[in-house]
Design a protein. Structure first.
Length: 339
């Protein structure tokens, strides 16, 4: 069962009347597409075999990510709008991490045939709300819908570069390491859900999740509907960032990816990581931006310094001591449950 948004199921009269199998693909799309506005950069939007998107510099950035029921979300904890919001937000930051501005998005959804269409309508509304809030002007230009035993949302985002792309491989010894966004909040929210929103058998529980929302709204929202600093990516590029990455799998794990790509080491200062250093290093899904800047760079307002690039080969350190590459790995950390 999915935690439906208020009013999502209002008007459903006959059992199964509004399921995907009862309506069919064309009718479902006819209900979803009006909930999505066209991208400003779209020359040709949904309706043909492909979309045409304008790019001011003749180049664009593209990235794809997938959310699967089970390892990536639990239906009993998310509302459909939150699913749509998170699917959009987690992809927008990949574009931002390249120093680009998101312009357009395609969305592919696979869903069981007995899924109520209001679930997909809610997902579409959540995607649009996220775009309006985090990437004004960007819009959905196409996608795909098909049947599957598991609800899956695959999003591809396109972005317009502000200048040269910011890669993971450009960090240099002496650079300042800075971060924009939250550290550890999403992991704290997930821990609350695992500890306090499961029934006696360990399955996700809707009522308990609702109670947690009331007591810890900010932390639960950080996990279920994150608000990453998408526009900070362009600001970092314009400020001369030498390397950047979306912190989706944990600060330590993603910093190591930068260190490996750049052939350097990253040394974090514990006093800059907040009161819970371990959670800041290992907590995933905040989708902040980690960037390296030249020592004389003026950091954008959204970034705060948390360390330095130092000599080494692929290591992450804390106050000069090497730390493990802790963080999220879907093949190692998923408990196998769906809920």
């Amino acid at each position: 069962m999915v935690l439906a948004d208020a009013g999502d199921v209002a008007g459903s009269s006959l059992p199964g009347a509004h399921t995907l199998s009862a309506l069919g693909e064309d009718a479902v799309l006819a209900r979803i597409l009006p909930r999505l506005r066209p991208a400003v950069a779209a020359l040709i939007g949904p309706g043909d075999d492909g979309a045409v998107v304008a790019a001011s510099g003749g180049r664009f950035v593209v990235s794809t990510d997938t959310m699967v029921h089970g390892p990536d979300f639990r239906l009993a904890w998310h509302t459909p709008r939150e699913l749509g919001w998170k699917a959009a937000a987690t992809n927008l930051t990949d574009i931002a991490a390249m120093g680009a501005r998101p312009t357009a998005m395609t969305v592919a959804i696979t869903a069981p045939s007995d899924t109520d269409v209001v679930v997909l309508e809610g997902i579409a509304e959540g995607i649009q709300e996220c775009l309006d809030a985090l990437a004004p002007g960007a819009g959905v230009v196409g996608g795909d819908l098909t049947s599957s035993p598991v609800l899956t949302i695959a999003v591809t985002v396109f972005g317009d570069l502000a200048g040269e792309p910011v890669r993971r491989s450009g960090a240099r010894v002496g650079d300042i390491v800075a971060h924009a966004g939250l550290l550890g909040a999403a992991a704290r929210g997930l821990a609350l859900l695992f500890d306090g929103a499961r029934d006696a058998s360990g399955e996700p529980d809707i009522a308990l999740a609702c109670a947690l929302r009331a007591r810890h709204p900010d932390l639960i929202a950080a996990q279920l509907a994150p608000r990453p600093p998408v526009l900070a990516g362009v600001a970092a590029a314009l400020a001369g960032a030498t390397a950047m990455i979306d912190v989706s799998d944990g600060l330590a794990r993603d910093a190591r990816r930068v260190a490996v790509a750049s052939g350097v080491a990253v040394d974090f200062a514990s006093d800059a990581l907040g009161p819970d250093v371990n959670l800041a290093l290992a907590g995933a899904e905040d989708h902040g931006l980690l960037a390296a800047f030249p020592p004389d760079a003026r950091l954008p307002d959204s970034f705060r310094p948390i360390g330095r690039v130092v000599p080494g080969v692929g290591h992450v350190l804390l106050d000069g001591v090497i730390v493990d590459s802790v963080g999220w790995d879907p093949y190692l950390n998923w408990d196998g449950r769906a809920g």
